[in-house]
Design a protein around this ligand. Sequence first.
Ligand SMILES: *Cc1c(COP(=O)(O)O)cnc(C)c1O
Length: 357
Amino acid sequence: MSRFFSSKLASLTPYTPGEQPKDMQYIKLNTNESPFPPSAGVIEAVTDQGSRLQLYSDPECTAIRSALAKQYGLSTSQVIATNGSDEVLNFAFMAFCDDTHPIAFADITYGFYPVFAQLHRIPYQEIPLKEDFTLDYHDYCSLHKNIVIANPNAPTGLALPLWQIEEILRSNPDHVVIIDEAYVDFGAESAVSLLSKYDNLLVTGTFSKSRSLAGARLGFGFGSPALISDLHTIRYSTNPYNVNRMTEFAGVAALGEQAYYDANAQEIIRVRGEVKTALEHLGFTVLDSKTNFLFAKSDRIGGEELYLALKKRGVLIRHFSKSRIKDYNRITVGTQAQMEAFLAAVSQILTQKGSNL
Ligand SMILES: *Cc1c(COP(=O)(O)O)cnc(C)c1O
């Protein structure tokens, strides 16, 4: 830290992204990227926009916002486009929370929420998930605080049914409820259908997971026109050109090729089921995932030990040191071939460990 760093931020612990090591070719199952490349139209759009990079991008993001509105049955005024969904989440914390408007979220959830709260000096309440990592929606009903829920949740992979989300929205009419749907395309129910009924709902989404565009950085938020307008105020006060033109038109092209991404999501769901069964046969406890990752632990090997042993064998998964989940690992569901290599490495590690006893 330099002697110039603001004392207000001295205690800030930044978010730790999953590692992206360059020392060798890993089978990367650690950051929930898609194992499938973007569709052909996306590559074409990026090339096309590349030759226009001397021009600023559209600060209104009209092309991607109207394409999203059309696809989700909304009006363009209900849509904001951002630099990844991390940015729309950051904007929402800035717009709707302050020292007298705190925010609540689960103790085990996306690690960026407490970082945004600390960054903006927003008081926050961490509500413990139940012993089995399920979220008891009663904990959030009539809470009278702003709320952010990842649904499905990360890193657990568990999803809440829509009626429970609706109860939370209905019982907190004077507070913003953010539903982070980064993983919704892998089998959960979206809250988008509730937008017409609840003006306190903000749904966030991303092109990073199911739409193979993590490196392009494209996210979005859906809400009432008034709520979205507040987010635009924050956007115009920080970075009006937050979405670059290659990314904007990559997003438009991806929406035009939705069938490709739907098929990929179906394949991930199929492989996820097979890997879950295989891990259970190896003695793992595996949570019921509605995402593109599995959250699993073994009584035969510690979470960190398995993570390190796999890394040595060229397979990267994600381990979190937080005490409640330190026995677990989060494993992104890749292609069938990647997952076969992963499972072979896991069996080998367990066998070697057994023979060393
Ligand atoms: C990956 C992820 C995001 C955001 O990802 P972006 O790449 O910034 O769009 C948001 N929420 C959760 C829970 C995630 O796992």
